[in-house]
Design a protein around this ligand. Structure first.
Ligand SMILES: C[S@@+](CC[C@H](N)C(=O)[O-])C[C@H]1O[C@@H](n2cnc3c(N)ncnc32)[C@H](O)[C@@H]1O
Length: 259
């Protein structure tokens, strides 16, 4: 089954609308991954103040706004013009000086070593050419700069949670189109190899998911699907954070090889 990346043009005007299924990324993954990424930077004595940050596949700008609020100078890049427009509108309403540009990760519209850090959230399992995206990102980061990511492992658990429940099963499905394709999921071992091939030193991989895993979220998902609770509220109830296992979603970091 092919992935449908056009969905971000069809419904991407509503990233920030709590009734839009794309808003599920706002209250779940976004705070969890931002908290983890900043903990890694703190561990290395790096503050975000004034840091030049590149957001590859920025969507509606959930992560870009988190980084900008902490003082980073952010450029968000995404192929979906509709999503970029929504991100721009929201940043302007929030008075956040974030730059957005249309483009793909395989051919980033940026100069060599223009950024101190880059991040790519829930995007690597959407791209046509993973190696090309990583090579381009490495080109954009100055030597020694950090690269953060989260993506989906290719396991039965990830298939159940990210394909069967949200897009295949009639009772629970919130997308009527394939937003994920199992064959594009990436194991941590594969991502580690691809990072090393493309100029990075791998830092670590850690799990990402609901904490604790509460079976009542299944009921909440059905209620969200029926419009009884917003997708935004549902996403907050998931209480995402760092997990000790990488069997479904995982995140991590690498450092641009300094030569
Ligand atoms: C699940 S969304 C994640 C959005 C955002 N990073 C977030 O976490 O809120 C996936 C995004 O990847 C973008 N995308 C798809 N193919 C891409 C590519 N080749 N290069 C960069 N971004 C891509 C889509 O347009 C979409 O905005």
């Amino acid at each position: 089954m092919a992935i449908d990346n056009d969905v971000y043009d069809r419904i991407g005007a509503g990233w920030w609308d709590e009734e839009n299924p794309l808003n599920m990324l706002a209250g779940s993954m976004t705070p969890a991954r931002f908290s983890y990424f900043t903990s890694v930077l703190r561990r290395h004595g790096i503050s975000l103040d004034g840091v030049r940050a590149l957001d590859v596949g920025c969507g509606g700008g959930f992560m870009a706004e988190q980084f900008a609020r902490s003082g980073a100078r952010v450029l968000g890049v995404d192929p979906s013009e509709v999503s970029i427009a929504a991100a721009r509108r929201h940043a302007a309403a929030e008075d956040l000086p974030i730059a957005y540009r249309a483009g793909v990760g395989e051919r980033l519209p940026v100069a060599d070593a223009e950024f101190d850090i880059a991040y790519c959230c829930d995007v690597l399992e959407h791209v046509e050419d993973l190696d090309r995206v990583l090579a381009e990102t490495a080109r954009a980061i100055a030597p020694g700069g950090f690269y953060f990511f989260d993506t989906l492992n290719r396991t039965w658990l990830a298939k159940l949670l990210m394909i069967k429940i949200p897009q295949d099963w009639r009772l629970t499905r919130v997308f009527d189109t394939p937003v994920h394709d199992y064959s594009m999921f990436i194991t941590p071992a594969e991502l580690g190899e691809a990072l090393r091939r493309n100029g990075f030193v791998v830092g670590e991989f850690v799990g990402l998911g609901p904490r604790p895993v509460d079976p009542r979220v299944a009921v909440d998902l059905v209620r969200a699907r029926l419009g009884r609770v917003s997708f935004g509220e549902f996403s907050r109830r998931l209480r995402f954070g760092r997990l000790p296992f990488t069997r479904a979603a995982y995140m991590g970091y690498a450092v641009r090889f300094a030569g």
